[in-house]
Design a protein around this ligand. Structure first.
Ligand code: INI
Length: 184
């Protein structure tokens, strides 16, 4: 019988020893501060210490990408969470802010190799946002916090980044075992 050997890779939810930056917009702070609190809660529950989490505020969602990219490029963080809330108005402004924010955040993570969690609510109205910031739809900040831990762990295993445990091409098990000394 053919014996299949499958290599499975994923990131666990242990945040101990990982460093995170959270970039949060002040615009619609009634929502974004709730997302922020939940993201910090998720990181701490996963084992991150207060010293390992940096919170940076920006004016609006449109400013999230540039600061995320600077933080990601610093090499100090294993993953970022970008938090914002864009509410549809009467003009096309909403569309420009949404598209440039999502595009910019994707570029920030692709250019630097540091995972950036997209925790930007794009809602038609305040009720939809409230539902996703701690009510019916749960809290997207908590999901993003856990996602940051998983992606940080996975990135360390796969290597190539400033804070990687192994390099691409090396055995996945070596990275997963944690036996190798971590690069700073
Ligand atoms: N910024 C937001 O984060 N959410 C919004 O809903 C929003 N609206 O609707 O205008 C918003 N605009 C500000 C924008 O992000 C920039 O801060 C501003 O244009 C200055 O560059």
């Amino acid at each position: 019988m053919l014996e299949a050997k499958i290599t499975k890779l994923d990131g666990n939810l242990d945040a101990q020893g990982l460093r995170f930056a959270i970039v949060v917009s002040r615009f619609n702070s009634f929502i974004t501060e709730r997302l922020l609190a939940a993201a910090v809660d998720a990181l701490e529950r996963a084992g991150a210490t207060k010293e390992d989490v940096v919170v940076v505020h920006v004016p609006g969602a449109f400013e999230l990408p540039i600061i995320s990219k600077k933080l990601a490029a610093s090499g100090k963080y294993d993953a970022l969470v970008a938090i914002g809330c864009v509410l549809r108005g009467e003009t096309a402004h909403y569309d420009y802010v949404c598209s440039e924010t999502s595009r910019g955040l994707q570029l920030a993570q692709m250019d630097t190799g540091v995972p950036v969690m997209f925790c930007v609510l794009t809602c038609d109205n305040l009720e939809q946002a409230i539902d996703r910031a701690g009510l019916k739809g749960g809290n997207k900040g908590f999901e993003a916090g856990l996602g940051a831990v998983e992606m940080a762990r996975l990135s360390r295993k796969l290597g190539g980044g400033a804070r990687a445990e192994s390099n691409v091409g090396e055995s996945a098990e070596a990275g997963a075992s944690g036996s190798k000394r971590r690069k700073k």
